[in-house]
Design a protein around this ligand. Structure first.
Ligand code: ADP
Length: 165
């Protein structure tokens, strides 16, 4: 079962947190800014060495000052109305994050924010359907898979989808 919680993802004691990054990997607003502030400047140094990261892909770095040992920086799509491959790109961002987590070997718990649903404008319910589908496909390989949401509306949407509504 996917663990649906409302929290600031930077506070979670999990092996890896996923960042809703942009291609530059240098930090930005929203959850990206919060993660970079909490991890310290080493995070941008480590991440930008791996930049640019194309949309739909992800990279992994240490978590530095975070409780999480790793940050997986996933680049979700900007919403352009849904006809520009957004769904496939969002799915790939989640899939690539799981592939990196599995490949690292020591990651048993992982938390995801609602990638692309902030500044990038992806409709929350459509994004949540994709997120939960990919998370369910991979959860057996992990002790804990967390959907870490920041607003009450997202929590409600994820819970509705989880309960089959
Ligand atoms: P994007 O550019 O991919 O849309 P945003 O950071 O703007 O990324 O928003 C993605 C989601 O992360 C939004 O639902 C936003 O409410 C949420 N968010 C913002 N700050 C945090 C945080 N500290 N922890 C978890 N989620 C957060």
């Amino acid at each position: 079962m996917i663990d649906i919680i409302r929290a600031d993802i930077t506070t979670l004691d999990v092996d890896a947190i996923v960042n809703a990054a942009n291609s530059s990997l240098a930090g930005g607003g929203g959850v990206d800014g919060a993660i970079h502030r909490a991890a310290g400047p080493e995070l941008a140094q480590a991440a930008t060495r791996l930049a640019p990261c194309p949309t739909g892909d992800a990279v992994i770095t240490p978590g530095f000052r975070l409780a999480a040992r790793f940050v997986i920086h996933a680049v979700g799509p900007v919403w352009h109305g849904g006809t520009h491959g957004e769904a496939a790109l969002l799915r790939r961002a989640y899939e690539r994050s799981f592939a990196l987590a599995a490949g690292e070997g020591s990651i048993a718990s992982i938390a995801f924010p609602a990638i692309s649903t902030g500044v990038y404008g992806y409709p929350k319910r459509d994004a949540a359907e994709i997120a939960l589908e990919v998370m369910r496909a991979h959860e057996v390989r992990f002790d804990r898979v967390v959907a870490c949401l920041f607003d009450e509306e997202s929590v409600r949407i994820y819970q509705e989808l989880q309960s089959g509504e």
